[in-house]
Design a protein around this ligand. Structure first.
Ligand code: PAN
Ligand code: ZN
Length: 197
């Protein structure tokens, strides 16, 4: 017990009420559809979407603002129900720079699909919904897709020193796209890579 607290019971400084991360020291970031336009197949459809349309926002807590080994970062991502042509909005997606570093994702509201890919481009997809929990092993790239008509939010917890490697997947992306077909989300394979077990 910290003697300065003199036995006092403290009020927490971070809150996760109704899936909204608030409190002391929360950082916010966002990506517009235009900034991730290269991810989508239909380039004409991107031109029709206003440049400042937000694809997703992330509220994050970085303990001590650091990337210290042993610390854990925490974030909630809020993905808007935007489609580019028939393709659902997706996160940029990344490997962790420290490939050994794993992560947890969990569904909070709305529905989505988590795409996981190894370095050989083997890929698998998992459904995400309120209460679903997803362990992402350290060596897998991860991307979320909002497949609903409403806000989709999910939580994430990852080692503070994991780092984000976006470059390794920038050239070829993931081998699976998530496309709307008569209101249903379908997977479209874009090359003959294998299903990740
Ligand atoms: C998440 C992601 C977040 C945004 O916190 O960073 O969902 O996705 P991109 O980073 O791919 O734009 C996470 O996986 N952290 O490691
Ligand atoms: Zn990550």
């Amino acid at each position: 017990m910290n003697p300065e607290n003199n036995g006092k019971i403290l009020i927490p400084e971070l809150f996760l009420a109704k899936g909204r991360l608030t409190g002391k020291g929360i950082s916010y970031s966002s990506r517009t559809i235009a900034s991730i336009g290269s991810l989508f197949e239909d380039k004409n459809a991107i031109e029709k979407i206003p440049k400042d349309t937000i694809a997703y926002e992330v509220a994050s807590y970085f303990p001590d603002g650091s990337c210290s080994p042993g610390s854990l970062n925490f974030g909630i991502t809020y993905m808007y129900p935007v489609k580019v042509g028939r393709e659902y909005v997706m996160t940029k997606g990344h490997f962790h720079s420290n490939r050994a570093d794993a992560e947890y994702y969990w569904g909070i509201e709305g529905e989505g699909i988590l795409l996981l890919m190894d370095e050989e481009r083997n890929c698998r997809a998992e459904r995400v919904f309120p209460g679903s929990l997803h362990y992402i092993p350290g060596n897998l790239a991860h991307r979320m897709v909002n497949t609903g008509n409403v806000l989709f939010s999910f939580g994430a917890c990852w080692p503070s020193d994991a780092g984000h490697d976006y470059e390794s997947i920038e050239a070829n992306g993931f081998p699976i796209r998530v496309i709307e077909n008569n209101g249903i989300a379908e997977l479209k394979k874009t090359d003959d890579s294998l299903c990740l077990q």
